[in-house]
Design a binder for this molecule. Structure first.
Ligand SMILES: Nc1ncnc2c1ncn2[C@@H]1O[C@H](COP(=O)(O)OP(=O)(O)OP(=O)(O)O)[C@@H](O)[C@H]1O
Ligand SMILES: [Mg+2]
Length: 320
């Protein structure tokens, strides 16, 4: 089984109004809720690509039940830890008259130590884990140190004779600490990698050099996404860049999470890493074709895969 872990999932509530006006009661013309959070998005795209998976995380209160119900409706299995606080609700307001979008992100509930232990126990006992993806922000009450523990546990779960693979998509301090636990794959974007190494990375050679430095710390595969410029892969099997075709972008929200799912889709079929990279680029770009919070569809993904241009990068020194 493939598992995704979102420590701070959210119910994303989108509201449409004609025009926001002061001092009157604004009429909502449409409203919709979605299950949100980085690895939740990974779960949804995996499902769209036909890969069964189970979502783990902390949920609480009515919003948490709504989030879980929505995932079950989408055919995604769940195994959440219930917390005493209420799952956060992020709000997006679309002003139809102007096309303006206003986003309000909530912090979410505090996770108490005994609730954390329930999650740790769950990860320790995951039945037949093949792959575990971990992504998103930390809830209040947890420190980045928790990634060290979660990654070590997820790596120690065994599936047959193979060790499960851990894919980490977090940023800042969580990424720095997480790398020390040697996940199999990390997927920072170019800005997150720049922040990690403490210098602005622009050219592909600069990104490669930084990714190689991280590989030396024990991360087997470093994927760096660069928006429309595609994704770079630095791994034990070699180094490649996958560049997506030019498309009419509707919305880039969730593109990075979709790339993680595309890569896992390839790993689940035991494809070569370069092929997994092509899938990562195609899935990310497939999501940019969708309005709002909608994510990559199988049709768009299949259509984009042959349009991704994959280039093997020559071995040897690269600039810093
Ligand atoms: N403007 C775009 N045009 C075409 N493809 C894109 C565009 N933006 C993103 N993508 C695709 O999605 C992939 C991941 O995008 P990106 O580097 O923006 O991830 P990210 O910054 O982690 O995103 P997220 O906000 O979801 O965390 C890219 O490698 C590319 O394949
Ligand atoms: Mg990202």
């Amino acid at each position: 089984m493939i598992y995704t872990i979102t420590l701070n999932p959210a119910l994303d509530r989108t509201i449409w109004v004609d025009r926001i006006r002061d001092d009157v009661s604004n009429r909502i013309v449409r409203e919709d809720n979605y299950a949100g959070g980085k690895s939740i998005d990974v779960s949804k795209v995996l499902k769209n690509l036909g890969v069964d998976n189970t979502a783990l995380g902390f949920v609480g209160g009515f919003a948490g039940m709504e989030l879980e119900g929505r995932l079950l409706n989408d055919g995604i299995q769940t195994d959440f830890v219930r917390v005493s606080g209420e799952t956060r609700t992020n709000i997006v307001i679309h002003e139809i008259g102007t096309g303006r979008q206003l986003a309000f992100n909530a912090r979410g509930p505090e996770v108490r130590p005994h609730e954390l232990i329930q999650m740790i126990d769950k990860i320790q006992e995951l039945p037949e884990p093949q792959m575990v993806s971990i992504g998103g922000s930390l809830p209040r009450g947890l420190s980045a140190e928790i990634y060290r523990k979660i990654i070590n546990l997820a790596k120690r779960c065994h599936y047959g004779t193979c060790q499960s693979k851990v894919i980490l998509d977090v940023d800042g301090e969580s990424l720095r600490v997480g790398i020390e636990a040697r996940p199999d794959v990390i997927k920072p974007n170019i800005h997150e990698l720049s922040q990690l190494v403490g210098r602005e990375l622009r050219e592909v050679d600069e990104v490669r050099a930084a990714a190689r430095d991280i590989r030396r710390k024990g991360v087997d595969t470093v994927l760096v996404s660069m928006g429309p410029r595609g994704i770079l892969l630095v791994s034990s099997e070699g180094e490649w860049i996958a560049e997506p075709p030019g498309v009419e972008v509707k919305n880039t929200i969730g593109a990075g999470d979709s790339s993680v799912a595309g890569f896992m889709y390839g790993l689940a079929q035991a494809r070569d890493l370069s092929e997994c990279l092509t899938y990562a680029a195609a899935a990310g770009t497939a999501t940019t074709l969708k309005e709002g919070t909608a994510l990559a569809s199988l049709d768009d993904f299949n259509r984009l895969v042959p349009q991704v241009s994959l280039t093997e990068l020559s071995a040897g020194r690269v600039g810093t």
